[in-house]
Design a protein around this ligand. Structure first.
Ligand code: PNS
Length: 167
């Protein structure tokens, strides 16, 4: 029987994080209180053209959480359930905003459960102030010269601005 009393409960928080937003930060901090370790797992091969390459996205998360020893950063490729099994994760953590995310998340959790019923998906409701934040919009606002400082951590804002000044 599985050990359900282990003190080393690992939560995996997977995503694209292109870039990390305050919404992600909030879920990671809440996850860090629920699990012994929270593993931020950045998808390598997203099939889309990211603004930040994998190494940059890893560096961003590391910079923001450098004072949180139980927040770790890793990358993964392939199936999330396989990665979660390899890492002996207790659960996959996903944040969910109002109704907009529900269908996609419901489907993904269902498919993942079918692939591996032993891996739970745990949903955390996005905090009220982060309900509308999305990486996609953050990138668009930044590209069009808008102020993203209330949507992302300062370290991410600096990197986004640097990225646009390089372009
Ligand atoms: O931040 P995102 O883009 O919403 O994260 C999506 C992510 C990375 C969680 C999802 O695309 C994923 O798990 N991809 C890995 C491949 C996989 O397991 N696909 C089957 C999902 S049912």
């Amino acid at each position: 029987m599985a050990d359900t009393t282990s003190k080393r409960r690992v939560g995996i928080y997977p995503g694209t994080f292109d870039p990390l937003t305050n919404g992600h930060v909030d879920i990671i901090l809440r996850g860090a209180r629920l699990f012994d370790r929270i593993l931020v797992a950045i998808l390598v091969n997203a099939g889309k053209q990211p603004m930040f390459d994998t190494a940059e996205r890893v560096a961003m998360v590391r910079e923001v959480f450098r004072e949180y020893p139980n927040v770790e950063v890793d990358t993964f490729d392939g199936l999330l359930v396989d990665y979660a099994r390899q890492k002996r994760a207790t659960a996959i953590v996903r944040g969910i905003r109002a109704v907009s995310d529900f269908e996609y998340e419901f489907q993904m959790a269902g498919m993942n459960t079918r692939l591996n019923p032993r891996i739970e998906t745990l949903f955390l409701m996005a905090s009220e102030r982060n309900q509308f934040i999305a990486s996609r919009f953050v990138k668009e606002i930044a590209r069009l010269g808008g102020d993203i400082s209330s949507f992302v951590p300062a370290a991410v804002n600096r990197r986004v601005r640097r990225k646009f000044s390089e372009m």
